[in-house]
Design a protein around this ligand. Structure first.
Ligand code: NI
Length: 170
């Protein structure tokens, strides 16, 4: 397990569209371990592979609370089959946009197809925080960030702030 450096806004890598995982092999299993280690270290509840600079359609989630046993979940080539009409709002954050949070409204429930680490296809229903988290992470695989779902004014302010910070780091 290796903790990988996180890609931070406004790095253009975050806008890349990730490509399908062709085969669940040892490289992919190692990547899953690294993604989980990186997410736990941050700490965060979800992480897409592109956020460590690997544009493959893969993400990890763990919604266990502090003090509970860990519940790592790995989703490969996730595909949303249907969305509910009902919507819910959550305050979202992102490890690639540290210390910025904003409320985002998304469909409350989704049906999702994905491949698990054994290479088997699964279809699940997700609601609540899991549904929001999956939609947020799947957006990453398409080069979309949660700030794309907020007002343009707010988004431009965040991008400006992070662009300035990146210049200072450089
Ligand atoms: Ni994110």
């Amino acid at each position: 397990m290796t903790i990988k450096p996180l890609i931070i806004l406004p790095d253009p890598v975050l806008r890349q569209v990730s490509t399908k995982v062709e085969q669940v092999n040892d490289d992919i299993r190692t990547l899953a371990d690294d993604l989980l280690a990186t997410m736990y270290d941050a700490p965060g509840i979800g992480l897409a592979a592109v956020q460590v600079g690997v544009p493959k359609r893969m993400l990890v989630i763990d919604l266990s609370k502090e003090g509970e046993d860990k519940r790592p979940q790995v989703f490969i080539n996730p595909e949303i089959l249907s969305f509910s009409d009902e919507r819910s709002a959550y305050e979202e954050g992102c490890l690639s946009i540290p210390d910025y949070y904003a409320e985002v409204e998304r469909p409350s429930k989704i049906t999702l197809k994905h491949i698990n680490l054994d290479g088997r296809e699964e279809t699940i229903e997700a609601a609540g925080l899991l549904s929001t988290c999956l939609q947020h992470e799947i957006d990453h695989l398409n080069g979309v960030l949660f700030i794309d779902h907020i007002s343009r004014l707010k988004r431009e302010m965040v991008i400006k702030k992070f662009t300035k910070a990146a210049k200072i780091r450089a």
